[in-house]
Design a binder for this molecule. Structure first.
Ligand SMILES: [Zn+2]
Length: 85
């Protein structure tokens, strides 16, 4: 079985659901079959997992100074404002 762009888009749409644990068994079967045959999607998936893990770790890190997340969001707003200027 070769990969096709349609399957890649479908898998990409399922990545967030997978990380949230919301896949049906049919969707899980599709993902494992597609990942087995598509290196590009395996790479995409490991990137998604890495980003999600980093966010979850930051949110659960109680040693993070309070307000840090708010400052990061504020800084993102500033960067976006600079882009628009
Ligand atoms: Zn793919």
């Amino acid at each position: 079985m070769s990969s096709d762009p349609h399957s890649c888009r479908r898998l990409e749409a399922l990545l967030d659901r997978e990380l949230d644990g919301e896949l049906t068994s049919e969707q899980r079967d599709f993902m494992s079959a597609h990942l087995a045959s598509c290196p590009a999607c395996r790479e995409r998936r490991s990137f998604h997992v890495g980003v999600r893990t980093a966010i979850d770790t930051a949110l659960q890190d109680e040693s993070m100074p309070s307000g840090m997340a708010a400052r990061m969001l504020h800084r993102l707003d500033e960067l976006q404002a600079e882009d628009e200027a």
